[in-house]
Ligand binder design. Structure first.
Ligand SMILES: O=P(O)(O)OC[C@H]1O[C@](O)(CO)[C@@H](O)[C@@H]1O
Length: 478
């Protein structure tokens, strides 16, 4: 299978830069004519128009009858949908974070808050976790802990590191029905109680973030301990909302604001830039080409930067929960491949683990290799060696026997520096790639019916039901 590289075609611009991020698609496997046809396809499918309609508040999530307005969460344009309520809640949330950071908000016995436990799962954990891992200082004054899975080991380990008197618990659940979060928050509440933190004292140690307006009542917390998000924010797109509260506490309100501003810069780039220079649109078109024409079914993200390690599971949820579907919103089956499975790891570590498979195994993989032009540390030799590895692997991973049916298609994504702003732009870029890819496939990227079924099934199994029988009953009802 002799596949061309885009870089072999004369007259094609194979890189584009925006918001301090350079995308290079020269190692993708297509010809100049293929690329031209993809640009025409984007035009004929109205790719950017669909994106603009989303930003302007059209009901794009048809199955749930909702808009998808994560872009409004990071907009300072008064014409953005829901501008006022977003700005109001954002300021309230950032003020609260600042009070915790500067010690005006303290534990019930007057202790400064040193630890924040985020109780949440999926979108209510992965975005904040990825950002915290990327941006937290080597020696933090306030430590963030992520209590996600309903596994007592994780609970025990986190509680062992925290002093209840100096701990703030943030219960984050958009739906406020997620069982793992309910069980974890009851356990942490019990821990507070066991340590004599009850009644009004408890309100110094626990806040709740949810789209359910009754969440504070249900948790017996005062209204000021409640931070709102809206049903038009998808869970996996929610880090920009009050779901980011632990970040604003741990990193500071200004850093969180910069993170939002970076995302907003990417939103404006995606809105205003023609497809051939539009980073998310190019990523979406390459993924569409790889899935539908080259039968590539998996996408591997390889950051050569420790700070970006946790963006891999974040991206995995974002793309796979959004695009892991095979029917249109009208229920029609989509022919061929749709959303790719997403995996990956810290690139340098992965060289000594699964690169052998990428280089010589029986797979076709789309790969994003990511690095930064500025190190986040002062060890020049480390950075020199790491960067040499990243550059070498970008080449090595596409150099396979040209006659082999197995191959890789590589893009490189290079930050000028990993700052809060750039990270916001980077994450927003993948959000837009995902929703644009949804438009190309004809998929609604904003619902997750398969996950909802799993949630219902687990609840009934917990109550003693037989999952196989429940599934059969569900199928009979349809
Ligand atoms: O924030 P919630 O409502 O607790 O949901 C958590 C996660 O559960 C899911 O519905 C399914 O895992 C995700 O979409 C969501 O991010």
């Amino acid at each position: 299978m002799l596949l061309p590289f885009l870089r072999d075609s004369a007259g094609v611009n194979t890189s584009a830069t925006a918001c301090g991020i350079r995308l290079d698609i020269s190692r993708q496997r297509l010809s100049a004519d293929d690329f031209k046809r993809l640009l025409e396809l984007a035009e004929s499918k109205g790719l950017l128009d669909a994106f603009k309609r989303m930003v302007q508040g059209e009901v794009v999530n048809a199955s749930e009858g909702r808009a998808a307005l994560h872009t409004s969460l990071r907009s300072w344009n008064p014409r953005a949908p829901h501008y006022e309520e977003v700005a109001r809640e954002r300021e309230r949330m950032l003020n609260f974070a600042t009070m915790v950071r500067d010690g005006r908000w303290r534990g019930c016995r007057g202790d400064r808050i040193t630890d924040v436990i985020n109780i949440g799962i999926g979108g209510s954990e992965m975005g904040p976790h990825a950002v915290w891992h990327a941006l937290h200082p080597a020696k933090a004054d306030i430590h963030l802990h992520f209590l996600s899975s309903v596994d007592g080991v994780l609970l025990e380990r986190i509680l062992a590191q925290c002093n209840p008197r100096s701990t703030l618990v943030v219960v984050s659940s958009k739906s406020f029905t997620t069982r793992e979060t309910q069980v974890n928050s009851a356990a942490v509440d019990q821990w507070l109680l066991d340590n004599g933190i009850v009644g009004a004292d408890r309100a110094k140690h626990m806040v709740v973030v949810s789209a359910n307006p009754h969440a504070a009542d249900v948790m017996c917390l005062p209204a000021q301990n409640f931070f709102h998000l809206w049903d038009w924010v998808g869970g996996r797109f929610s880090v920009w909302s009050a779901i980011g509260l632990p970040l604003a506490i741990g990193l500071g309100a200004e850093t969180f604001r910069e993170f939002l501003q970076g995302a907003n810069e990417m939103d404006r780039h995606a809105f205003n830039t023609p497809v051939e220079e539009n980073l998310p649109a190019l990523l979406a078109l390459m993924a569409y080409w790889n899935a539908t024409r080259l039968e590539i079914t998996s996408h591997c993200m390889l950051p050569y930067d420790e700070r970006l390690r946790v963006t891999v599971p974040w991206l995995q949820q974002l793309e796979m929960e959004s695009l892991g579907k095979t029917v249109t919103p009208e229920g029609e089956r989509i022919p061929g491949h749709t959303g790719l499975s997403v995996w990956g790891s810290n690139g340098n570590e992965a060289q000594h683990s699964f690169y052998q498979w990428l280089r010589e195994g029986t797979g076709r993989t789309s790969i994003d290799i990511v690095w930064s032009e500025m190190p986040g540390h002062r060890y020049a030799e480390h950075y020199r060696v790491l960067l040499a590895n990243a550059r070498a692997q970008a080449e090595a991973l596409v150099m396979r026997d040209p006659a082999s049916p197995y191959f890789n298609a590589v893009s490189t994504i290079v930050f000028d520096a990993v700052t809060p702003r750039r990270l916001g732009a980077f994450m927003a870029m993948y959000e837009h790639k995902t929703t644009m890819l949804g438009s190309l496939f004809g998929i609604n990227p904003f619902d997750q019916p398969g996950v909802e079924l799993g949630k219902r099934l687990s609840k009934r199994a917990e109550a003693g039901g037989d999952p196989a029988r429940i599934l059969r009953e569900e199928a009979d009802r349809q």
